[in-house]
Design a protein around this ligand. Structure first.
Ligand code: PMP
Ligand code: GLU
Length: 403
């Protein structure tokens, strides 16, 4: 008898594995096999976690902080998150309005598990971070893309928003600065979102994971500053991964209405219990200690961004919005679609990124993964030398295309 493979859930079959993590794994494997790969794929700071934070993690282990904690996190860390919300933004949150989760990604998972019923719709401005639609689908919801225009610097157009909203809309994602384009939403766009969210009772999910990495003059516009009355309808998502180069520690948090956080705690209690205990103490040191680390990283990121954007823009047919934050460039290569190399036609961003990997040994993430097929994403959280060499290879690869 031939045994049939165990049947899998439809819910899982409808989503892909994270493409950013998949490309990163492929690039690392090729590198380990001796290939000269330049890796621009995954988005994580190329810095070590600051020493005082590492020490706090080690101290926690040595002092026996190795047991379960309260489901929503240790009280000191929740208080520290509340303190940062107040000190950095003037927002008042009590510890019951805060959940510590296993990275921002896990916070999103908890939000949608707690929020959605079958068929509920969630508005997702596109280009979006790769995990937003699958998070919604895994909670039985329906992701609805709201296209953003490159010519408008990927700002949100209120008319498009109205066209995509429906009776079934329950929530909207905001990510500013954004992954993958590093774009920020204008005050006017946020005002339009706020008016609709208030009128229709949507939850606003404000993913602020890149808020400390901005290159703009003046204050980053935020939905809660634009419309403070939205506080009971907003969940703010953040974490230490990007701001403190702590991607592997897996600590994030959500701040929002107490009843939503309570429901999310229920989900967490039945899934992960709590986040790693020593990592919570390390995150505590990050939040109550010196806050200048993101600025230090920015000093390194800024010249890389400037070089990358200038060099991309100098290529015939390529455009690239200057990112106002985060550490990604998102150039438009669609003028090269339809061209070929050794008889193989490059039709889309997946073909383009494959071509860069195979012929230029440059790892990038196709824009299709972010809901924007004209583009390819490169992380500039890597050295200037790698960026210079990578750009030389990209230009050579583009010049070799025919048609
Ligand atoms: N939101 C965005 C837009 C991101 O790019 C990331 C990066 N992975 C996250 C959330 C979550 O990060 P983490 O789970 O490492 O906190
Ligand atoms: N957010 C990063 C990226 O987009 C990390 C990888 C992931 O979790 O997607 O590359």
């Amino acid at each position: 008898m031939v045994q049939k493979p165990i049947r899998l859930a439809d819910r899982v079959l409808q989503v892909p594995p994270s493409p950013t993590l998949a490309v990163n794994a492929k690039a690392k494997a090729l590198k380990a096999a001796g290939e000269d790969i330049l890796n621009f794929s995954v988005g994580e700071p190329d810095f070590d976690t600051p020493e005082h934070i590492r020490e706090a993690g080690k101290k926690a282990i040595d002092e026996g902080q190795t047991r379960y904690t309260a489901v929503p996190g240790i009280p000191e860390l929740r208080e520290a998150v509340a303190m940062r919300c107040k000190a950095d933004h003037g927002w008042d949150y009590s510890p019951e309005q805060i959940q510590i989760c296993c990275g921002g990604k896990h916070g999103l998972y908890n939000i949608f598990q707690a929020l959605l019923n079958h068929g509920d719709e969630v508005l997702i401005p596109a280009p979006y971070w790769v995990s937003y639609p699958p998070m919604v689908q895994l909670a039985d919801g329906v992701p609805v893309e709201v296209p953003l225009d490159e010519a408008a610097n990927f700002d949100l157009n209120p008319t498009t928003l109205v066209a995509k909203a429906s009776e079934k809309t329950r929530a909207i994602f905001l990510n500013s600065p954004s992954n993958p384009a590093g774009s920020v939403f204008s005050h006017e766009a946020l005002k339009a979102v706020a008016a609709m969210a208030l009128e229709r009772g949507w939850l606003v999910v404000s993913d602020d994971i890149y808020e400390t990495i901005t290159y703009m003059d003046g204050k980053l516009p935020h939905i809660l500053d634009v419309e403070p009355r939205l506080k009971e309808q907003t969940v703010v998502l953040n974490g230490v991964s990007k701001a403190f180069a702590m991607t592997g520690w897996r600590i994030g948090w959500c701040a929002g209405p107490a009843h939503l956080i309570k429901a999310m705690n229920k989900v967490q209690s039945q899934s992960t219990s709590n986040c790693s205990t020593p990592a919570q103490y390390a995150a505590l040191a990050a939040l109550i200690g010196p806050q200048d680390f993101p600025s230090e990283m920015k000093k390194a990121f800024l010249p890389r961004r400037d070089f990358f954007v200038r060099d991309l823009e100098s290529i015939e047919g390529v455009s690239c919005v200057n990112p106002s934050g985060a550490f990604y460039v998102f150039p438009n290569f669609s003028a090269y679609y339809g061209k070929s190399f050794k008889g193989k036609v490059l039709n889309n961003s997946v073909d383009m990124a494959d071509y860069f990997l195979e012929e230029a040994k440059v790892a990038s993430v196709p824009g299709a993964a972010f809901g924007a097929d004209a583009f390819v994403r490169f992380s500039f959280a890597t050295s200037m030398a790698v960026i210079e060499e990578g750009m030389a290879r990209i230009k050579k690869a583009l010049a070799a295309l025919e048609g």
